[in-house]
Design a protein around this ligand. Structure first.
Ligand code: 5GP
Length: 112
């Protein structure tokens, strides 16, 4: 079932896109939890980490590489956090796999 992120990929709803290639799309989170909060998503409709198949390996790898490149372009030289929420206990709200790139402030551990 298409989520709101599919609508962003299809440009049916607007987003502040910071990166796009054939595999991934990255855009700023609408309610940022850090000074830099960017979501990196595969264009392929994958609901969550639990829905990955072997053929998604390159796609996931590409998303992680893109996150690292965006962190550099955003000037996150002191570090950042890359988070994937999975399922209800993981706090996932949007059923389309996404990587949260958070930076620009000191993160705490453990997360809440
Ligand atoms: P989750 O809780 O599923 O890991 O994270 C979903 C994220 O998507 C949240 O941080 C939320 O703010 C963000 N989000 C939800 N709807 C939209 C939207 O329409 N546009 C953008 N840019 N971000 C969204």
């Amino acid at each position: 079932m298409p989520s709101i992120f599919t609508k962003i990929i299809d440009r049916e709803i607007p987003a502040d896109v910071v990166f796009e290639d054939d595999t991934c799309l990255a855009f700023r989170d609408i309610t940022p939890k850090a000074p830099t909060h960017i979501l990196i998503i595969p264009k392929r409709e994958i609901m969550s980490l639990d829905d990955l198949s072997d053929e998604d390996e390159q796609t996931v790898g590409r998303c992680v590489m893109v996150a690292s490149k965006i962190a550099a372009s955003e000037g996150l030289t002191d570090g950042y956090r890359l988070v994937v929420n999975c399922g209800s206990d993981g706090g996932q709200e949007v059923p389309h796999l996404h990587f949260h790139l958070l930076g620009g402030r000191k993160m705490t551990w453990p997360p809440g």
